[in-house]
Design a binder for this molecule. Structure first.
Ligand code: ADP
Length: 544
């Protein structure tokens, strides 16, 4: 028997319609490419996004065409975002921090048709565009276009005077809305093709109190770039509830973020751990305070204990860890205390805050061994983490639907983890970063997150190095806080008693810089290249 409820397809244009109509005066604040902080509202954004739709149709964009963007978080970027998906075109966010060859590969693979870019990307585009023949038009998201060797126009004159009454929606909710490539830490970048329905459901899932818990009373600083992992869905969830949105533009340094947090009254923010570490360094150096920020979601990489403690003890900010990946829209698990954990004192809650958390409704997880056999959820056995649900990719762009799934319809996350009897999931490592020593696994994540708690450490990374007897042994790379000096032994003493003896790194290297990849995570691939030729210190007990 069919239900007798109304038809209301879950297309994403409805979210901005809702925000404009019911939270129309709620502000959207941007640190603009021109420099000053600019203010608009959801009503303004809606009107201008409709003008973008008119402009796209005038350019000949049809449903399903890929419209690319290359820019930082801004109101104009968001207008292009909704203007594109409102007419059924697919918004493809390009990450300007990738290597040029990767961007060229991605733009050609996606067959992008037009490109909206920040003016700062002009020199990069001059290099790329001759090799991206499908991109026919370039619009710079600014008042004026910078001088370029290729034809381009500026956004404001392009938008000005256009009607704001283009119809949105009216198509199937299962159609594609967004395309985002993973940064290709292994092999070529792969495209994840989000749908209207999947993003709509994901936004609702993330809004739950035990997930991101956003409300109309929040002021959200969106640090996660719009080109990274679907901006954690915040481009949909914030307008869905009418939260004030603060978009930091290109300035992601501690001082600029702190200024926005204080002047705009930011209550909630989200970003990768390295961003929070930079902010903390700035606060320590300047004696700055966080007077309105109350909670942050940290994800994209494991959250160090020192970060949770510093934000809580010194700034009264609650850190909630989230786990997910581009392929999962991204949010999937959140480390919010369960009733059992909430009843514990803070020190006993901490080990749970360090886990990646428990699953959001609408998803399923399993652990399997190399042969694909299910493993127990006992908190000890670790295996490949597999995930299933309507917000999880079934295939990469350009391949057959379902081709990325196992027989039970689960997607392999590439992470290795444990799950305990209460459902707490903890990542041991990315499968490719796991260190195998004497047949057993050492979690690089655990060791680096403890090591970075050393007061002299700014960033730490643990890598496996080939060892003649044990296959691999861990070494610790440390970037010290500016002006600090340290001895190896200080770090080994610091780790002593906090990790199993045999997990102790065989060497400690102090490096000028621990490089960050295009999404702000520690770039282990580059670190490995830099370590070429490195040999472990001679162990006299070992015949080589
Ligand atoms: P990439 O890092 O390859 O560019 P993603 O941003 O999609 O692409 O990264 C997803 C991966 O990031 C996950 O598979 C996992 O390894 C890691 N990750 C995300 N959140 C966390 C977390 N809270 N703790 C540990 N690892 C995490």
């Amino acid at each position: 028997m069919q239900a007798l409820m109304q038809d209301w397809s879950l297309t994403l244009d409805k979210i901005l319609d809702h925000a404009a109509r019911w939270h129309g005066d709620r502000e959207v604040v941007t640190r603009s490419v021109e420099g000053p902080v600019t203010r608009s509202t959801y009503a303004d954004l809606h009107r201008r996004a409709k003008q973008v739709s008119h402009g796209l149709l005038a350019m000949g964009i049809k449903p399903g065409d890929r419209v690319a963007t290359m820019g930082w978080n801004s109101d104009r970027h968001l207008e292009v975002w909704y203007g594109c998906i409102g007419i059924g075109a697919v918004l493809h966010t390009l990450n300007p921090r990738l290597f040029p060859e990767q961007i060229i590969y991605i733009a050609n693979h996606a067959q992008d048709t037009v490109l909206f870019a920040d003016p700062a990307c002009a020199p990069l585009l001059a290099e790329l565009l001759p090799q991206c023949p499908t991109i026919k038009r370039v619009v710079f998201m600014s008042d004026e276009a910078p001088p370029t060797p290729f034809p381009a126009e500026a956004y404001e004159p392009w938008l000005s005077g256009r009607p704001a009454d283009t119809a949105w929606g009216g198509f199937d909710e299962t159609l594609a809305a967004g395309l985002c490539y993973t940064s290709g830490t292994t092999g070529n970048p792969k495209g994840v093709l989000y749908g209207h329905r999947s993003n709509y459901l994901h936004a609702m899932m993330t809004l739950q109190p035990d997930a991101l818990n956003l409300s109309a009373r929040d002021t959200v600083l969106l640090i996660v770039p719009m080109y990274h992992a679907n901006a954690w869905g915040v481009m949909y969830s914030a307008p869905m509830v009418g939260a004030k949105l603060v978009l930091p533009g290109a300035k992601l340094d501690g001082a600029s973020l702190h200024e926005l947090m204080e002047t705009e009254g930011v209550t909630y923010s989200a970003g990768v751990p390295t961003i929070w570490q930079m902010l903390l360094t700035h606060l320590k150096d300047t004696g700055g305070k966080l007077t309105t920020l109350r909670r942050v979601t940290v994800g994209g990489a494991a959250c160090p204990e020192s970060l949770i403690r510093a934000l809580r003890d010194d700034y009264d900010v609650d850190v909630i860890q989230g786990w997910g990946m581009t392929e999962t829209s991204p949010l999937a698990t959140v480390s919010i205390p369960s009733p059992k954990v909430a009843a514990l004192p803070f020190e006993s809650q901490l080990p749970y805050k360090l886990k990646q958390g428990r699953l959001v409704c609408n998803l399923d997880l399993k652990l399997v061994d190399d042969a694909g056999q299910r493993l127990p959820h006992d908190g000890k056995t670790f295996g490949k983490l597999m995930i299933k649900g309507p917000t999880v990719a079934s295939a990469y762009y350009g391949s057959e639907p379902g081709s990325a799934l196992d027989e039970e319809g689960f997607f392999d996350t590439g992470d290795v983890s444990t799950i305990d009897a209460d459902g707490w999931m903890q990542i041991t490592d990315r499968a490719k970063d796991v260190i195998k020593s004497g047949g057993e696994w050492i979690s690089s994540i655990d060791v680096e997150n403890i090591a970075v708690g050393h007061p002299k450490a700014a960033l730490c990374a643990v890598l496996g190095v080939v060892h003649p007897k044990w296959d691999e042994r861990p070494i610790l790379l440390v970037q010290l806080e500016p002006g600090q000096t340290a001895e190896k032994q200080e770090f080994l003493d610091y780790l002593d008693g906090k990790i199993a003896r045999w997990w102790t790194p065989d060497d400690v290297l102090f490096v000028d810089e621990i490089p960050l990849g295009p999404t702000g995570k520690i770039d282990k691939k580059l670190l490995r290249t830099r370590l070429t030729g490195y040999e472990l210190p001679f162990d006299p007990g070992l015949k080589r």
